[in-house]
Design a protein around this ligand. Structure first.
Ligand code: NAD
Ligand code: IPM
Ligand code: MN
Length: 350
């Protein structure tokens, strides 16, 4: 029997994860759900954002679903003990290098987007973000004092051939099951690592994926194109930092940051890490108004990509659609439902 490990975390994390629990109880009563302490909550209780027991439970589970971590409360904590460091460590330890962030606009939400409805109606983009390398992990990094007394902050962007190839492969494979188009976004015009990224993707494409239509696009232009004419894209593959930024922008195309789920995948058969792309939303935490759909749709991705329950995943996706068609809207979507009421609307549709 498969096991899902829930890591509610901080801020709105526990609120949206409670709705995932409710949905799971209704949809997959025979799925074993465990829960572990994580993020700022774990730092407060145990002095570390990723306790050993939580790490071990994550590696032993079939899928891990987290809420969100971080918040102003931990702003002064040493970097390696910050809630976000726990998340980065978990991604690294699970080796989930390919982060699938689907920007899919439900028909009912075309008018909830900040873009004109005709620009986003029918939108279906898959952003594949490299998740375990790049400037997030490159060394050296730090803040130092120069001999002159002036201070200097620095980070390092690095990518190896294999790191680029493995994530590009995921993008090409996904494209083959979709509209067969990949846009690879980098800054090859200014960055060595960007130039290298482009070379490696070009070589791999030539060798193994010549049937897929490949376009190279500069990341700044990609950001602009996402808000100008987003439907031109099918799959976008990009590095860790650009993927973080481009996916937040893409989220607004779907109506709200509270709509976008994600799946972080590693080697076949290894547990995936599922997370809404939004954060702990300190401004609304504790108020019961957060949109739980990004978390619920992350559960849908876990059912599909790690737990082998395609039928239940299809059912859940259809239920979210029905709930939205029926007018269910949290505040971020221009409605007035609370977090729990949105969860109830999905369960009613199930
Ligand atoms: P955020 O995503 O938490 O919030 C940005 C804005 O979107 C806020 O106005 C928030 O209220 C709104 N929002 C986010 N999710 C929502 C939802 N489900 N429903 C309705 N509105 C929602 O980003 P931030 O404010 O820049 O970051 C807050 C903290 O979260 C930081 O500590 C950051 O590091 C952390 N963070 C964590 C994750 C994660 O755990 N995966 C992701 C992003 C940010
Ligand atoms: C995300 C978040 C994280 C990231 C932070 C919280 C470490 O913004 O998952 O999009 O930058 O990867
Ligand atoms: Mn982000």
């Amino acid at each position: 029997m498969s096991t899902l490990l829930l890591l509610p975390g901080d801020g709105i994390g526990p609120e949206v994860c409670a709705e995932v629990r409710k949905v799971a109880a209704a949809l997959t009563p025979n799925l074993t759900i465990q829960e572990a302490i994580y993020g700022g909550a774990a730092y407060d209780a145990l002095g570390t954002p990723l306790p050993d027991d939580t790490r071990d439970a994550a590696l032993a589970a079939d899928a891990v679903l987290m809420g969100a971590v971080g918040g102003p409360k931990w702003a002064g904590v040493a970097r390696d003990k910050r809630p976000e460091a726990g998340l980065l460590n978990l991604r690294k330890i699970m080796d989930v290098f390919a982060n699938l962030r689907p920007a899919y606009c439900f028909d009912a939400l075309a008018s909830a987007s900040s873009l004109k409805p005709e620009l986003v109606a029918g939108l279906d983009i898959m952003i594949v973000r490299e998740l375990t390398s790049g400037v997030y992990f490159g060394e050296p990094r730090g803040i130092e004092t120069l001999p002159s007394g002036e201070r200097r902050g620095f980070d390092t962007q690095t990518y190896t051939t294999s790191e680029i190839e493995r994530v590009a492969r995921v993008a090409f494979e996904l494209a083959r099951g979709r509209s067969n188009r990949v846009a690879s976004a980098e800054k090859s015009n200014v960055m060595e690592s960007g130039l290298f990224w482009k070379e490696v993707v070009t070589d791999l494409h030539k060798r193994e994926y010549a049937d897929v239509q490949l376009e190279h696009i500069l990341a700044d232009n990609c950001a602009m194109q996402l808000v100008r004419a987003p439907k031109q894209f099918d799959v976008i593959v990009t590095d860790n930092l650009f993927g973080d930024i481009l996916s937040d922008a893409a989220a607004m195309l779907t109506g709200s940051l509270g709509m976008l789920p994600s799946a972080a995948l590693g080697a076949p058969g290894a547990p995936g890490l599922y997370e809404p792309i939004h954060g702990s939303a300190p401004d609304i935490a504790g108020k019961g108004v957060a949109n739980p759909l990004a978390a619920i749709l992350s559960f849908e991705m876990a059912l599909r990509w790690s737990l082998g329950r395609i039928e239940e995943a299809d059912k859940l996706l259809a239920a979210v659609k029905t709930a939205l068609d029926g007018g269910a809207r949290t505040r971020d979507l221009g409605g007035s439902l609370g977090t729990a009421q949105m969860g109830d609307a999905v369960i009613a549709a199930l």
